[in-house]
Design a protein around this ligand. Structure first.
Ligand SMILES: [Fe+2]
Ligand SMILES: [Fe+2]
Length: 288
């Protein structure tokens, strides 16, 4: 089974760029094209938040029109740049199978129809860029995990529950991470907790499970492990994660870069001793 993870597309209104410079709309369209052409066919796409750039309904609607070009089902969870009501109104019933209620307005849900169980978790903290798993969400997840404690499971959410050595997001923090970690540690069937938010691909072992983050399709963050600078972004090639759940029930995760042009491929067999490269160099020399 192949699961593509798109993260942090930061979609703007048609014709606009994120932060005035990042071609986030075009990047998402190119990423979707890459996913649709991938062989073998990708089964499902998970979008791990920051779907809109500025919480706007128009941005959310534009994101939906782009995501609807996917040739497989897709599911979304909110990020700190999204508005829950806008997401429910645009994606409710399909990409968000959860039904909002007075008691629980979080975007939490389970997708059961695949070999691996997919749990979408809402990690948004009200009026804050940081993450949170509050008691209500913890209780919901606890009951959900207890129902099928042996089925291979992937949890997808926006905020990673650990500090990833990114100054800004580390400061913003994640409320309830300790209790969330204690719950995760009780279950050995959680293959990974896949997140976004930091716009960099990372992975880490946390409470017996893998926590990984995906690159953003919108814009990539600069890596500054000295933790001195406020965040800066780059307009590098866009990318997504491809999680391969094998028939042996292993989860192998790849980072795929969507490039304009690829220099290659170069078959190893033809370049083993560099002879072809040497011949080409000689030919060039002779021409000069
Ligand atoms: Fe983001
Ligand atoms: Fe975010």
């Amino acid at each position: 089974m192949l699961i593509a993870q798109i993260s942090d597309p930061h979609i703007t209104e048609k014709g606009k760029k994120a932060y005035g410079i990042a071609p986030s709309n075009d990047n998402l369209a190119r990423t979707i094209l890459h996913i649709n052409r991938f062989k073998p066919k990708i089964d499902v796409v998970l979008v791990s938040g920051d779907i809109a750039n500025d919480c706007l309904l128009k941005e959310t609607q534009h994101a939906q029109s782009l995501l609807n070009e996917l040739n497989c089902p897709y599911y979304i969870v909110p990020g700190n740049h999204d508005d829950r009501e806008n997401l429910f109104s645009v994606f409710g019933g399909k990409a968000i199978p959860a039904i909002p209620s007075v008691e629980n307005s979080f975007i939490n849900y389970v997708v059961e129809e695949y070999d691996v169980r997919l749990i979408g978790m809402d990690s948004v903290k009200e009026n804050s860029p940081g993450g949170e798993i509050c008691q209500t969400r913890l209780q919901w997840l606890s009951e959900c995990l207890a129902r099928e404690p042996h089925k291979s499971t992937i949890i997808f959410m926006h905020h990673p529950p650990i500090k990833c050595s990114v100054l800004e997001t580390d400061i913003d923090g994640f409320e309830g991470a300790e209790e969330f970690g204690e719950l995760i540690a009780k279950f050995s069937n959680i293959k990974a907790i896949i997140c976004g938010h930091i716009h960099l691909p990372t992975h880490s072992l946390w409470n017996g499970s893998i926590v990984s983050t995906a690159p953003s399709t919108g814009m990539q963050l600069g890596l500054d492990l000295s933790m001195q600078k406020q965040s800066e972004f780059y307009l590098n090639e866009t990318g997504y994660r491809l999680h391969h759940f094998t028939k042996h029930k292993d989860l192998i995760s790849h980072t795929i870069y969507v490039r304009e042009n690829n220099d290659g491929p170069y078959p190893f067999i033809e370049h083993r001793d560099g002879s072809l490269a040497n011949e080409a160099a000689q030919e060039l020399k002779n021409e000069q």
